[in-house]
Design a protein around this ligand. Structure first.
Ligand code: PMV
Length: 325
């Protein structure tokens, strides 16, 4: 039996603007998806039940690509809030890809992070009809803090290029790591889940409609790009106050383009007295917010009093790993 796990993620900067060519920054969080796979069984199963291919498009894509052996018994265990914009399906794909590679070779899965990230991205894309960006899959596979951009960024550690055919065109992303200075070891992020799913496709379409009827608002999108770059500089320098200011500004701009809502704003406001900065994270319209703080307990209490479910994480945790082989 092989057991592999991979973390969820949250976006620190750049959601929505990344759709228009600006960079985005995400961190891996300490909520993991764990997948175990066992050979020597008669039939494919998942969590003890008959495996139905169409119900699990990510997993089906992955074993069609990576596994030539017989039936497997798959067991999945998640610590990640589902449908909350925390990358649970990418974490599932990363962990399953790693488990399959390990099972096939018994030694080398973690030496193949770009391959795991690629397989997880393509699994996401095949399940979402080709529209997935590699943000979730790369952050889950690599762990830590990840910068996704249309261009190779000079002030980050470039890892690989990801390409995807979307509607007959090739989309290309450059994936980097950002090494966070020790200052951030004392800080935490507190994630607050509104309890309502964040409808990513709907929110992306809402922004596209808004820009079509009001092209001047592209200034706000560009401004998110500028704030993201300022946030990257602050992260690299270990300037936690400046990271917080950039997060607050990012939230203001995301509100301005109509993707936050009352529930997210309430959790953001509740967190702020105990945080360097706070913002919605991901697509919005539900889903989660996050706060950067050195007082995680009080910040989490404030978010919970305002109605959120919380999760406390360091800024960036280890990416995909083999737990048992
Ligand atoms: O809610 P999430 O984590 O799926 O984030 C969506 C991020 C967007 O920028 C809104 C869309 C995208 O494809 O990058």
């Amino acid at each position: 039996m092989v057991v592999a796990s991979a973390p969820g993620k949250c976006i620190l900067f750049g959601e929505h603007a990344v759709v228009y060519g600006h960079p985005a920054v995400a961190v891996a969080i300490n909520a993991r998806m764990t997948v175990s796979v066992r050979e020597g069984v008669d039939n494919w199963s998942i969590d003890g039940m008959h495996y139905v291919e169409a119900k699990h498009p990510h997993l089906t894509y992955l074993h069609n690509r990576l596994w030539e052996g017989d039936a497997l018994a798959i067991q999945v265990n998640s610590e990640i809030f589902g449908a909350a914009g925390l990358g649970s399906s990418a974490a599932l794909s990363s962990a399953y890809a790693a488990a399959l590679l390990e099972l096939a070779n018994r030694d080398s899965a973690i030496g193949q992070l770009p391959l795991i990230a690629e397989c997880a991205h393509l699994a996401e894309a095949s399940a979402q009809s080709g529209r997935a960006s590699p943000t979730d899959s790369s952050t889950s596979a690599l762990g830590g803090c990840v910068l996704i951009s249309d261009v190779r960024e000079e002030d980050a550690d470039w890892q690989y290029t990801r390409e995807l055919q979307v509607a007959g065109e090739t989309r290309r992303w450059e994936v980097h790591r950002i090494d966070l200075p020790a200052t951030f070891a004392e800080a935490s992020i507190v994630i607050g889940f509104t309890g309502r799913p964040g409808p990513t496709g709907e929110m992306v379409a809402k922004v596209a409609d808004m820009l079509e009827s009001n092209p001047d608002r592209m200034e706000d999108i560009d401004r998110i790009g500028t704030v993201t770059r300022a946030g990257v500089t602050a992260l690299r320098l270990g300037n936690i106050e400046a990271v917080g200011i950039a997060m607050d500004e990012c939230h203001r701009l995301l509100r301005g383009i109509g993707v936050s809502d009352e529930g997210l704003d309430r959790l953001v406001e509740a967190a702020r007295p105990y945080a360097y900065g706070a913002k919605m994270t991901g697509a919005g319209g539900g889903g989660c917010m996050l706060a950067l703080t050195t007082d995680a307990r009080r910040c989490a209490e404030a978010i919970e009093l305002a109605g959120g479910r919380t999760l406390i994480s360091p800024l960036g945790v280890e990416g995909v790993r083999i737990e048992q082989s």
